[in-house]
Design a protein around this ligand. Structure first.
Ligand code: ZN
Ligand code: ZN
Length: 405
């Protein structure tokens, strides 16, 4: 679906980076990895909630909907700023109303923009249904079928007359969220740079004999002290044979005297996630380890170099995969090349071989090929990049040289 001009007005001025990615990595090599403390949400650029709401209202009719009932919290946060854990947002052609429960009376009034706030002691879904009944005789109401549970849908339908038809809506908000505006890119950049600084902590604490969970704990402690709201996902510290697990969450295993350690982590700032992976080597890397590391690094660079507006996400995936084919390692690359990042750690677009979505300036995606040799070791290298007018800007400019500890 087309993004309306209302979206383009708030679109990314700061995306148009003239720097190429090599200049950025040269700069990264010069500057030590220092943890940038986050000065707080009050320092963030203002999000353009009103233009997001107008855009969504403008596409309702084209999607054969009279209104939309949103329950997915990242979508609600994107549209009106509410960061709590319980809420329902209703948009129709005229009104935008946010419903929450009485735990959030103060917070909702502080955070919500562009929507009327209704606070009730009841479940917000029930309050929202009563509001709809009082305003509409009948309607085609879009629901987020990917996110609304079967039980919640049944409760909603039971609270509404049969003249209200619940229809699974297309992923309209997720589609809009793919293109980040200037304020979003600024906070994503800040979060990514905090991640780069935290990688310096990992390089200090990862040593033979240290449990993986201790390394993860040090990282997360440093992140909290720097002002992170939390981690984007459970930190992955996967050492030795466990490095061949693409999602090896930090365990109690002690880091072996020799071998790779895959470190994949991210922080949340202002609701936005960062995501990066670097793979360290404890002890001196042997020939096979070096060869695999070099292959993954080249594949990752090929993926980054392929990013530019107009290319499909499938082409980016194939660029990285082709490199691994040349090393006869493509069969060990068992996941897709990347994903969108924003208010959620995994969001559209998915950077996968079959993906048709075309890249556009303002998209923020990861490029993260990996090679996993079961029972032996694994290597993954991941950057988060923002698509610019000419190519991309790497938001995670930490060195990708093989580090032997
Ligand atoms: Zn990651
Ligand atoms: Zn990722």
């Amino acid at each position: 679906m087309e993004i309306s001009s209302a979206r383009h007005e708030s679109a990314p001025a700061s995306v148009d980076s003239r720097e190429d990615t090599r200049a950025q990595s040269r700069r990264a090599k010069r500057s030590p990895e220092k943890i940038r403390a986050f000065a707080g949400a009050g320092t963030l650029a203002h999000m353009s909630y009103r233009s997001r709401q107008c855009h969504l209202q403008s596409v309702l009719a084209a999607n054969h909907l009279d209104g939309l009932l949103l329950t997915h919290l990242p979508n609600i946060r994107y549209l009106c700023g509410f960061s709590g854990s319980a809420g329902v947002l209703i948009l129709n052609g005229k009104n935008i109303v946010f419903f929450t429960d009485s735990r959030y009376t103060t917070q909702a009034r502080q955070e919500v923009e562009g929507a009327q706030v209704v606070v009730s002691r009841k479940n917000p879904l029930v309050t929202a249904a009563a509001w709809l009944k009082s305003r509409h005789r009948a309607m085609r109401l879009g629901i987020e079928s990917e996110h609304l549970s079967v039980a919640a849908e049944a409760r909603l339908q039971a609270s509404l007359p049969t003249r209200f038809r619940l229809k699974p809506a297309p992923a309209l908000v997720e589609h809009a969220r793919m293109i980040k505006d200037g304020a979003e890119i600024a906070i994503l950049r800040e979060a990514a740079l905090m991640g780069v600084g935290l990688f310096g902590v990992l390089k200090k604490v990862i040593r033979a004999g240290v449990p993986e969970c201790h390394a993860a704990a040090e990282l997360e402690y440093a992140a909290s002290r720097a002002g992170a709201e939390g981690m984007s996902f459970p930190t992955i510290i996967a050492s030795g044979k466990r490095s061949a697990l693409p999602h090896g969450r930090a365990s109690t295993q002690r880091i072996p005297a020799k071998g790779f350690v895959v470190c994949d982590f991210g922080v949340i700032l202002g609701g936005y996630c960062s995501d990066m992976t670097r793979t360290l080597h404890v002890g001196r890397a042997g020939r096979e380890a070096r060869r695999v590391y070099a292959a993954v690094r080249e594949a990752q660079q090929a993926g980054v170099d392929a990013v530019r507006p107009g290319r499909s996400v499938g082409e980016i995936d194939r660029a990285a995969r082709k490199l691994l084919q040349q090393f006869k390692l493509a069969r060990y690359f068992t996941h897709s090349t990347g994903h969108g990042v924003g208010l959620e750690i995994h969001e559209a677009p998915r950077v996968a071989a079959e993906g048709k979505e075309l890249l556009r300036p303002g998209m923020v995606i990861t490029i993260e090929p990996g090679v996993y040799l079961p029972g032996k070791f694994g290597v993954r290298i991941e950057d988060t990049v923002v698509v610019t007018e000419r190519g991309c800007e790497i938001l995670t400019p930490a060195s990708k040289e093989l580090v032997e500890i």
